[in-house]
Write a protein of this length. Sequence first.
Length: 308
Amino acid sequence: MSEKKIPVIIDCDPGCDDTAALLLAFRCPEFDIRAVTTVSGNVSLDKTTYNALRVTEAIGSDVRVCPGADRPMFRDAVYAPHVHGEDGLLGIPLPAPQKKASFYKAWDFIYEEAVAQKGELEIIAVGPLTNLSIALGKYNDLAGLIKRIVIMGGAAQGGNVTPCAEFNIYVDPEAASMVFRSGIPLCVCGLDVTLKAYLTAQEIKNIKALGTPQAELFAGVTQENCEKRFCPAGAPLHDPAAVLFAADSSYFTVQRCWMGVETKGTITLGKTVTDCWSDAQKEPNVDLVLDVDRERFAARVKELMGKY
Ligand code: RIB
Ligand code: CA
């Protein structure tokens, strides 16, 4: 690993797997986490922000938390309480935060940090892409200042909200389309890989047995059966897969291709459209992550959780 840390902002909607992703990200030696930005997604913005504050405090970090968009660009908000609970954390009794959210709006801080990092800033986006689209619309030089965005979202095949749309893209397809057309280097960790990045029930137990409050929290939010129909072998770690890919992509399989977002369809609304190639005379615009060495992924998760 090169000694120089990667300056990152984690844009999220905590959310259970977002919480697992934050727990892991703050123990990745590769990252210099500059901020956590929050967006309406799994639950409303007030709850995702409250959760980001209390989760980062539980991690022991005083990182800045910048609230962002409280709804999609052009649509009504869509939440997922049936997956994450009404409070976004399955009612886990995590203490209320002491710190307050930053006065910076997510999109303003993303821009400020992109300028400050002189083109080295990377974004790990694991919620709807509304904040990034607002930032791109407000600052027309931003696209040239972001080194890479690693997105948890979409799928080359299938969906988890409709048969062809994944939640983060489905919630705000217009925002996603703006990001996909921005020209920023994109790595897309869609359901193709995140449903393979799962932990078995025993692996979750082994993490819980580490015995720290953070390990307890990780096990609590890593649901084993809420997506059984999509991942019968265990609990898929959607957002943690994007974080671990951003830290070290060596055990993931990537395909360079073109990918776009359906914003007008009814049945296909929110679909990330690709043929995993680019033979439709479209220039490739994403590194699509299609596979992972699951054993290495699970071992890395346990190793990072052992650092608390
Ligand atoms: O489809 C999974 C994604 O939607 C994850 O980011 C989860 O947190 C939800 O936001
Ligand atoms: Ca998320």
